[in-house]
Design a protein around this ligand. Structure first.
Ligand code: SF4
Ligand code: ZN
Length: 303
């Protein structure tokens, strides 16, 4: 097969675009898909100071790599969760990535913030659901650091597969409030910085190809809690359907983006106020992370 752009030998075929590309043109295609998302949803400009939430996985590192190559001013933020070898490996990879590119990296260690406890220890002492506790903690530090260090936009590496699976889960459960909030870009408001997901037009496979072509090392270990995540089931179901219905995910997701307004009425049937302990915006008196801290200390006291 020949590259559709330069007619050199193609190295990759993208079924839902019906497009064969050589390595260099695939990389250009990848960056163009990011730029399209950035422009379509007015995510950020060249002057903005960007903060990329990096986990050590291929999505967030490919996003950071792309933004640096595209000339954006992008720093990284890594949350060390203390999940055994998984977190150790993630930390090594992210650190090496930032050093090789001389890019700024902010590191938050959960242990420093929660009296020496790692995420698994917090889950145990609070008897919480791992991914819920983890998600709450990560969101909290992403928001706090973006605000404290005065970044213009906080970016995450969510891709098309993630967003389509999240959408399917929200529809199955009729989470209208989540549907109203599910957006490629959220404006700065209520004490939160602007947020954006520049990889929404790229699939997991395309990101894997990009990371391979650019020699991006990523964490090959999976989080031991990940098997329990429901989102995997939704993602897997969509993958299965995509095998016979090419382009289903992008059609499904783009259709939602066009019709998002239908859900907007459900937005904001709650008000946010500062947490009484830490000041983080919350719909109750005390924010979720301060509640985790309180519970963890109580459990510790009872031992
Ligand atoms: Fe956190 Fe769950 Fe992801 Fe593990 S799988 S890093 S616990 S959100
Ligand atoms: Zn708080």
């Amino acid at each position: 097969m020949r590259c559709a752009v330069c007619k050199k030998k193609a190295e990759v075929y993208l079924p839902h675009h019906n497009l064969a590309l050589c390595r260099e043109d695939f990389i250009r295609f990848f960056h163009k898909r990011i730029k399209k998302a950035v422009d379509d949803f007015k995510m950020f400009s060249e002057e903005d100071k960007l903060l990329v939430a990096v986990s050590g996985g291929k999505d967030s590192l490919s996003l950071w790599d792309s933004l640096l190559k595209m000339g954006y001013n992008a720093d990284g933020l890594f949350i060390h969760l203390g999940i055994g070898d998984f977190s150790k490996r993630a930390f090594e990879i992210v650190k090496e990535f930032s050093e090789n590119r001389k890019a700024e990296l902010i590191i938050i260690n959960i242990k420093d913030e929660f009296g020496g406890k790692t995420l698994p220890e917090l889950v145990e002492t609070t008897k919480g659901v791992p991914c819920k506790v983890c998600g709450k903690i990560k969101r909290y530090f992403f928001d706090r650091i973006a605000l404290k260090e005065n970044y213009d936009v906080l970016l995450t590496g969510h891709n098309l597969d993630d967003e389509a699976a999240f959408l399917l889960g929200n529809i199955f459960n009729w989470n209208i409030e989540y549907l109203a909030k599910q957006s490629p870009a959220l404006p700065e408001e209520d004490g939160f910085k602007k947020k954006a997901k520049p990889l929404i037009y790229l699939t997991e496979r395309e990101i894997a190809i990009y990371s391979f072509f650019n020699n991006i090392k990523y964490n090959e270990l999976s989080c031991p809690f990940s098997k329990k995540a429901k989102s995997h089931l939704y993602k897997e179901s969509l993958h299965q359907m995509e095998l016979s219905l090419k382009g289903l995910r992008i059609k499904f997701y783009k259709g939602f983006l066009r019709n998002r307004k239908l859900f907007e009425k459900a937005e904001k049937n709650y008000t946010l106020k500062p947490c009484k302990i830490c000041g983080y915006p919350t719909s109750s008196e005390i924010c979720g992370v301060c509640k985790i801290k309180i519970k963890a200390e109580v459990s510790e006291g009872e031992k």
